[in-house]
Design a protein around this ligand. Structure first.
Ligand SMILES: CC(C)(COP(=O)(O)OP(=O)(O)OC[C@H]1O[C@@H](n2cnc3c(N)ncnc32)[C@H](O)[C@@H]1OP(=O)(O)O)[C@@H](O)C(=O)NCCC(=O)NCCS
Length: 199
């Protein structure tokens, strides 16, 4: 657990659990993140460098506004990552980020959706957020469909703001609001409110 954190380090779902990132995970997440199929969809196209990653982790551990988890299957296999960034308790908002299923044989099995839904639940219920936003590169259909299926809606597109392989790309901001989420049963990802726990 991060030195300055009192929040749960484990979020337990039905088919997955979210375990807080540890230093020993860094090599694995660098391998996932450095795959071309992942790199193409992150705002930074830079491959993760081991030394810089250790420095990043040291800063991350001190930051109260960022939490990152490893997505594990129920039997403990690490398959991906997810994070909440820019957690702003005073303004009751946070950003979803670092969503990645790194193990190719685990794509399209619903793990990313359950992980995202669990974090929505956690952010609204336990962090008291009213708004969760995220940024996604235009054209990332897998991610946009995933986020829409969890209840996020496009709020705006910022044009030509990211450069990928020499071409300018648009970035979409997607948002889910607590009020709308509570009102729409579908947007709660069919997760019963008593299911899942944190520890
Ligand atoms: C985006 C990503 C995390 C989705 O992971 P996943 O394991 O395929 O997602 P799930 O199985 O939980 O799918 C949930 C929903 O996402 C959507 N989806 C996932 N992959 C899709 C694809 N290739 N095409 C269209 N929709 C897709 C579907 O709506 C799906 O629901 P369905 O299977 O019931 O139709 C994965 O493709 C990935 O790691 N991509 C690279 C990194 C990335 O782009 N991260 C997001 C940065 S903003």
């Amino acid at each position: 657990m991060k030195a300055n954190e009192t929040a749960p380090s484990l979020i337990v779902g039905r088919r997955i659990r979210l375990r807080e990132l540890e230093e020993s995970d860094l090599g694995l997440i660098a391998n996932w993140r450095n795959q071309p199929r992942a790199l193409q969809w992150f705002l930074s196209s830079q491959r993760i460098d081991a030394e810089k990653q250790i420095q990043w982790f040291a800063r991350y551990r001190e930051r109260p506004d960022e939490r990152m988890w490893v997505v594990e299957t129920a039997d403990g296999r690490p398959v991906g990552t997810i994070a909440l960034c820019r957690i702003d308790v005073a303004n009751r908002c946070a950003e979803l980020g670092r969503v990645l299923i790194g193990e190719e044989d685990c794509l399209r099995l619903g793990y990313a959706k359950e992980a995202t839904c669990r974090l929505i639940l956690y952010a609204f219920r336990e962090l008291g957020c009213d708004r969760i936003s995220l940024e996604v590169l235009a054209g990332n259909e897998a991610a946009i469909c995933l986020y829409e299926s969890c209840g996020f809606r496009s709020e705006r597109a910022i044009r030509n703001v990211a450069s990928k392989d020499g071409a300018s790309k648009d970035v979409l901001t997607m948002v889910i609001l607590r009020g709308e989420w509570l009102a729409a049963e579908d947007a709660q990802c069919s997760i019963p409110t008593d299911c899942g726990q944190t520890s």
